[in-house]
Design a protein around this ligand. Sequence first.
Ligand SMILES: *Cc1c(COP(=O)(O)O)cnc(C)c1O
Length: 377
Amino acid sequence: MATQRILDFLATRRPNGPCLVVDLDVVRDNFHAFEKALPDSRIYYAVKANPAPEILRLLASLGSSFDTASVAEIEMAMDAGATPDRISFGNTIKKERDVARAYELGIRLFAVDCVEEVEKIARAAPGARVFCRVLTDGEGAEWPLSRKFGCVPAMAIDVLRYAKKLGLDAYGVSFHVGSQQTDLSAWDRALEDAKHVFATLAEEGITLRMVNMGGGFPTRYLKDVPAAQAYGQAIFEALRKHFGNRIPETIIEPGRGMVGNAGVIKSEVVLISKKADNDNVRWVYLDIGKFGGLAETMDEAIRYPIVTPHDGDAVAPCVLAGPTCDSADVMYEKTPYALPLSLTIGDEVLIEGTGAYTTTYASVAFNGFEPLRSYVI
Ligand SMILES: *Cc1c(COP(=O)(O)O)cnc(C)c1O
């Protein structure tokens, strides 16, 4: 939702071209909602969702930790004021020299999902803490993370045993239930797997201490989503069910849920046309598309709410497309988007819920269009 602060900023500053405006008050509220919903979990903000320095500085000042995927993201978090003990290198795919650089910077917490990665960490970050990521089915998520990350629980046991053998601190298990996860039971299934890894290794005398429950917390787009409190409750109950009164240290890594609803993209209608006189579906071309920051419309996965100056007027289905000369640059076609018939060329529209995964996904200069500009207020 566009907050009054965002609307005032757009009205007074009149920024030219498409841009994202992020309201830090909303980020602050989201952080406090996560703290309240999961009071015993440490929050590692997933930097990739939106690494704007103002957001990182705010979160660092609120006491957040940071989940990073590269040396550059580690440096961004440190520049924002986070100390290395509040940063995890959570990407399971790392160059050994980047592991070494992170270790030099003081990072001691690393993700792995195979023995090959454990060997790199053992060489480049001796003695560090490692957690092993297990696969999840991603069911219930609108942006599933598929099989790219993690291994089956049986392999996680081998990976952590091997880590210990190589002198690393076999610290715990991680998972990610898939982004924009609206099925509250997804954490329960993953925690059952985590518990299995904990229990098996405990029999061998290896005591894991941490479960990293990843991200997945949703942003409200067109449909309502459960509040942070409901997630907290479901996760707490699942932890209780599987770990009884020996609940380990836990981490959450919200990205979308921390910043998604804090941002709004202002865009302009460049063209409205038809492909034939008798078509009843209009094509609406905006000055932003898949290459300008709306990459998550891929496969029409994420459907953003769009506010126009004519809301309330009669609507009709539209194909929504971006401004570039690539035919892949169409956001919604299989399921057309209903927009007012009175919408005209030159109108400004607001694309809501765009605080996460937009600026970082924008291309550098495809067709000469500059990367998505962003204002953090
Ligand atoms: C992207 C990512 C997150 C954040 O996911 P959201 O669904 O945006 O909350 C958390 N952890 C890891 C390891 C990630 O790669």
